[in-house]
Design a binder for this molecule. Structure first.
Ligand code: FAD
Length: 565
């Protein structure tokens, strides 16, 4: 007898599962329920529609219920919310949103793809008409209409995650003065703080007011404008606020049906995407899956995992064995002119799970500098001190960040080490890369650390040294100090002159050397260590210093002395 498959949710996970199931089984009966009026739309494109970069609203609609139904022979029921699951009788209760009518639908196999909903904390005034969430097309219609009709002058974005920052860019693009309020000391939690600091600087350059370590305490209306009150006792007067403080899995149906949930509410699934009920599968933002680096449960509300899990759930529901190994949380986001990307673990997650790691920083050009248009990128690599296995990576830059993060995500997935990164043979021609690709360079530096060819320290470790016995040595050229800036507490000897000065240097002292990005610091380290000096090279050089400075000053007065502040 033909399998009857019912799917709840009709966007990334739901529509993918329906199409896959049909490809596998021409005879199955497939019904897809979607609460809203659209299916398979481009949630990821919504900020760009609001900004005006995507001009045509229809471009967000990848298909429509009729076309999808015809192509895949799927019974698509939009405006239909599933309100209950009766596991015993294998049926779902559905409410037609337009008529209010309810009915039951039986299933052999059920796939849950209900997604995640934006968090709406219980703050006074949160229901003010000028406060918006962004999840679907009607949300983006409301925001766009508000901007078009009311011509807001100022906006506050609450929460500096991916959606918050994409919306900051969108609103600035629309000529709106934008403030971003964030409770954490940094934007974008998947990044470590010094990498996020590069993004902070860029946001400020673009005119975004960034207010970190500050939360909202309430919203009030004042003469038709919105007042956002904050923990720092400010009253930010604006015309529009976007609430982007995170999402929570839509787990109500699963919970009420008694399916097992994880600690943070994600629906628990096995590698086949099967829930605690063997006839029910779940995918996407609503589920908890395995973190491939730590092996622990995690939730990754991203489109890539949702699509892949949906294929796997459909495979299994249709009788083909297929498994999902886990997630790396690989993500990329455009923040004005920057591309910001991460994959695998970061320092916070490794520390929390007590996983030992080393880090390296490299700053490379996107392609050969003699070919016009090369742009820098900063790469942070996290790897195992025992075997060099790559555990995580973060990249901030412009051109070519996306392809390097994908190489590194593939490396982590394939259990590669930093020694493999040294050897990877990556495509090169001057307009695209360098003969030593930025990924190779990151591998060289990390492998040098493991082989003992480089003894690095990190800027935040400066506080461990005192100026009595340690010299901070800047080996950049004179003109770089003038153009890029300098550290008042540092001694300056350009690398090319270092050998001449060695006899004048006090050998009883420790030397901490740095250059612009780390390479000349490494050369100075090799030179001085082989000539008997007690020397370390500061990872990532002056460029990483600029990202770390604010945090170091906050954390340690001793560092202030070093920096001559
Ligand atoms: P969804 O795509 O949210 O679909 C769930 C659907 O289920 C919803 O339409 C909902 O109405 C429906 N539903 C829920 N409950 C019921 C019910 N009881 N009955 C019937 N229907 C129901 N990810 C990226 O990887 N890259 C990006 O650049 C990116 N940008 C994003 C930008 C925005 C503004 C947003 C909101 C998300 C973005 N995402 C991005 C996240 C990505 O869209 C999600 O991870 C992905 O859509 C999750 O797929 P899903 O099927 O689990 O949930």
């Amino acid at each position: 007898m033909a399998t009857k498959l019912v799917i709840i949710g009709g966007v990334a996970g739901g529509a993918t599962a329906a199409a896959r199931a049909r490809r596998l089984d021409e005879h199955a009966e497939i019904i897809m329920f979607e609460r809203g009026e659209h299916i398979s739309f481009a949630n990821c494109g919504l900020p760009y529609y609001i900004s005006g970069v995507i001009e045509n609203r229809d471009d967000l609609l990848l298909t429509n219920p009729v076309a999808f139904g015809d192509r895949y022979y799927v019974d698509v029921r939009v405006n239909c919310e599933v309100v209950g699951i009766d596991r015993l009788n294998k049926q779902v209760k559905v409410r037609n949103q337009l008529t209010g009518e309810t009915f039951d639908e039986s299933y052999d196999k059920l796939i849950l793809a209900p997604g995640a909903e934006p968090l709406k904390p219980p703050i006074k005034g949160i229901d003010h008409e000028s406060i918006f969430n962004l999840r679907n097309i009607p949300d983006s219609d409301r925001i766009k209409k508000f901007i078009d009709e009311r011509q807001p002058r100022a906006a506050v974005i609450i929460g500096a995650g991916f959606i918050g920052l994409e919306m900051a860019e969108a609103l600035v693009h629309r000529g709106i003065k934008t403030t971003v309020l964030e409770k954490l000391p940094q934007v974008m939690a998947p990044l470590d703080q010094e990498m996020a600091a590069i993004v902070h600087g860029h946001l400020k350059e673009k005119g975004v007011e960034l207010d970190l370590e500050n939360g909202v305490t309430g919203f009030t209306d004042k003469d038709g404008r919105l007042v956002v009150s904050t923990e720092k006792n400010q009253d930010l007067v604006c015309d529009l606020a976007i609430l982007s403080v995170g999402v929570r899995p839509e787990n109500r149906l699963a919970k009420e049906a008694g399916l097992a949930l994880g600690e943070r509410g994600g629906i628990k699934v096995d590698a086949a995407m099967r829930t605690s009920d063997p006839n029910i599968y779940a995918v996407g933002d609503a589920v908890e899956v395995k973190d491939l680096v730590t092996g622990l449960p995690t939730m990754t509300p991203l489109a890539g995992p949702a699509n892949k899990q949906a294929r796997i759930a459909a495979d299994n529901a249709m009788g083909r064995l297929s498994t999902f190994s886990g997630t790396l949380g690989t993500a990329v986001v455009k923040v004005f002119d920057l591309t910001v990307a991460s994959t695998g673990a970061n320092e916070k997650s490794l520390n929390a799970k007590k996983v030992p790691y080393l880090t390296s920083y490299t700053h490379s050009n996107s392609h050969a500098t003699y070919y016009p248009g090369a742009q820098w990128m900063s790469i942070k690599l996290l790897f195992s001190p025992s075997n060099g296995k790559v555990l995580g990576a973060q990249i901030v830059g412009q051109e070519g960040v996306d392809k390097r993060i994908d190489v590194l995500a593939t490396a982590i997935y394939a259990n590669m080490s930093v020694y493999d990164l040294e050897e990877l043979e990556l495509a090169y021609a001057p307009p695209y890369s360098s003969a030593k690709d930025p990924v190779n360079v990151a591998g060289f530096v990390a492998a040098n650390m493991l082989k003992g060819d480089l003894d690095p320290i990190f800027w935040h470790e400066l506080a461990r040294y005192t100026q009595d016995d340690t010299i901070l040595l800047d080996v950049r050229q004179v003109d770089e100090l003038e153009t890029a800036g300098k550290i008042e507490g540092a001694r300056h000897i350009p690398l090319g002159e270092l050998r001449e000065w060695l006899d004048d240097l006090d050998r009883s002292k420790n030397y901490l050397v740095f250059c612009a990005i780390g390479y000349r610091g490494y050369l100075a380290y090799r030179l001085m260590s082989q000539r008997g000096f007690n020397v370390k090279s500061i990872s990532g050089g002056y460029k990483t210093y600029l990202g770390s400075k604010e945090q170091m000053m906050k954390e340690s007065p001793q560092t202030k002395l070093w920096l001559g502040e």
